[in-house]
Design a protein around this ligand. Structure first.
Ligand code: UP5
Ligand code: MG
Length: 199
């Protein structure tokens, strides 16, 4: 039988808003969902000695810049195909699309082969996100978890990613979650939004 079109929820929010944390919880509770973090895909690709994009990716990460979409969307596609082979039907695409180039690249490469249900949007104040990221920096080993990179990530987020959220909001496709509360409280709001997506 022809498999059903994969369902996709884009997951956006500033650096440190808690996208990864909440995506992990969704997947723990609902086995049909697969978490695909675009940032994780890029970090893994950077480690691959056969990749020709390693250096470019590393520079973008450190500078908080957005990697050219041809690189990112190919990695997302590969991860979705792998997930489908494992029986996953629903995909949380975390940290993407971050700019207009990303939106267009997705349309060109994935387009009608997936059903984008909307954007799950985690909203938190910059001061809180900075505090979280500096906390995580002690253990994360991420090249971009230092104050200089963090500030650059915030600037890119405000300039390029926020307008994308607004674009989806105009289409009434945004499911907003107040991400300022505790992980458990954010989770209960996330669950409520997920039910709205399903309805
Ligand atoms: N934490 C989480 N929730 C909390 C809560 N409610 N209360 C208190 N603490 C909370 O959480 C961050 C930290 O906060 C953790 O320590 C957590 O325990 C705590 P996490 O869930 O990891 O937040 P998240 O939003 O996932 O933060 P992340 O740092 O991953 O966000 P970014 O958007 O910055 O990172 P991403 O990996 O998506 O992208 C990194 C870079 O990759 C980008 O800057 C860009 O250079 C590149 N990129 C692209 O170029 N293209 C893409 O499409 C994607 C990425
Ligand atoms: Mg993350």
């Amino acid at each position: 039988a022809v498999p059903a079109k994969p369902r996709v929820l884009f997951v956006l929010g500033g650096p440190g808003a808690g996208k990864g944390t909440q995506c992990a919880k969704i997947c723990e509770h609902f086995p049909q969902w697969q978490h695909i973090s675009a940032g994780d895909c890029l970090r893994a690709e950077r480690q691959d000695p056969n990749s020709k994009d390693g250096e470019l990716i590393n520079t973008c990460l450190k500078e908080g810049k957005i990697v050219p979409v041809q690189i990112t969307v190919r990695l997302l596609q590969k991860a979705m195909v792998a997930g489908q082979k494992e029986g996953k039907t629903d995909f949380l695409i975390d940290g993407f699309p971050r700019n207009l180039d990303n939106v267009n690249g997705w349309e060109e490469v994935i387009g009608d082969s997936a059903n984008v249900m909307g954007v799950l949007f985690f909203e938190a104040a910059q001061s809180e996100m900075e505090k979280r990221l500096l906390g995580r920096s002690e253990t994360s080993g991420r090249v971009d978890d230092n104050l200089e990179s963090i500030r650059k990530r915030f600037a890119t987020y405000e300039k390029e990613t926020r307008p994308i959220v607004e674009k989806y909001r105009d289409k009434e496709m945004v499911f907003s979650v107040d991400a300022m509360q505790s992980i458990e409280s954010v989770w209960s709001h996330t669950l409520a939004k997920l039910r709205q997506v399903e309805s």
